[in-house]
Write a protein that binds this ligand. Structure first.
Ligand code: FES
Length: 197
C-alpha cells in the first residue's frame, strides 16, 4: 500500500484513547468526588483485569473485550483453523513465538493455553492500527487463493495468521501481543493477570 493511502493510525488511536478517557471523565463528573466512584469502576480505569464469559462463543467465532483501553480478541478456533497453523509455519516470521515479549504459555504454535482459544491484543505491532478479521479462506478472502484465514491490518497491509503470528516481510515486526490471562473455569477467562501473579 502506498504511503499516500496511509490512514492516520495515530489519530485513530487518539480518538480511541479520548473516547476511553471521556468515559471515565463522564463518571468522574457525574459524582462530585473521585472517592465516590464505585471501586470496580476505579479499578477498571486503573487497568484491573477483566473477565470474559466464553460460554456462548461458538467455534469459528470471535468476541471482543476491552482491557486497559485496548481491544482484546478471543477467537474460538475450529479444528481446521488449528490445522492450518502447522501448514504455514514457513511463511510466518516467529512461528513458535520465541521472542521474549510473550508470556510463556504463548510460546507455542497455537500461541495459547488451550489450543482452541486464542487471546490476543487486537493492535497491530507496526503503528498500532486495529487489524480486521479475515476468516474466509481461499479466493473468497479477497487476499490470496491460498489464504488460510487470519487478520489483515488495512493500514499498511500486514497479515497475521489465526494465531496472531505475523507473516514474513510485513511492515509489522512482531506477532500480536498475547496479554496475561488464565482460565477461571472452562467458560471464563481472566484477562490482565497471570495465574502466578
Ligand atoms: S499499523 Fe501499519 S500495518 Fe498495521
Amino acid at each position: 500500500m502506498s504511503s499516500e493511502k496511509k490512514p492516520d493510525c495515530g489519530r485513530r488511536n487518539l480518538v480511541f484513547a479520548t473516547a476511553a478517557v471521556g468515559g471515565v471523565a463522564t463518571v468522574a463528573t457525574a459524582v462530585p468526588f473521585l472517592a465516590s466512584m464505585a471501586p470496580s469502576e476505579r479499578a477498571k480505569a486503573a487497568g484491573a483485569p477483566v473477565e470474559a464469559d466464553i460460554s456462548k462463543l461458538a467455534p469459528g467465532e470471535m468476541m471482543r473485550v476491552e482491557w486497559r483501553g485496548k481491544p482484546v480478541w478471543i477467537i474460538h478456533r475450529t479444528k481446521e483453523m488449528l490445522e492450518a497453523l502447522g501448514k504455514i509455519a514457513e511463511k510466518v516470521s516467529d512461528a513458535g513465538s520465541k521472542r521474549p515479549m510473550q508470556p510463556e504459555y504463548a510460546r507455542n504454535e497455537a500461541r495459547s493455553i488451550k489450543p482452541e482459544y486464542l487471546v490476543v491484543v487486537g493492535i497491530c505491532t507496526h503503528l498500532g492500527c486495529s487489524p480486521t478479521d479475515k476468516f474466509k479462506t481461499g479466493a473468497e478472502s479477497g487476499i490470496n487463493a491460498d489464504w488460510p484465514g487470519g487478520f489483515l491490518c488495512p493500514c499498511h497491509g500486514s497479515l497475521f495468521d489465526l494465531a496472531g503470528r505475523v507473516y514474513k516481510n510485513m511492515p509489522a515486526p512482531d506477532n500480536l501481543e498475547v496479554p496475561p490471562h488464565y482460565y477461571l473455569s472452562d467458560t471464563r477467562i481472566l484477562i490482565g493477570e497471570d495465574k502466578k501473579a
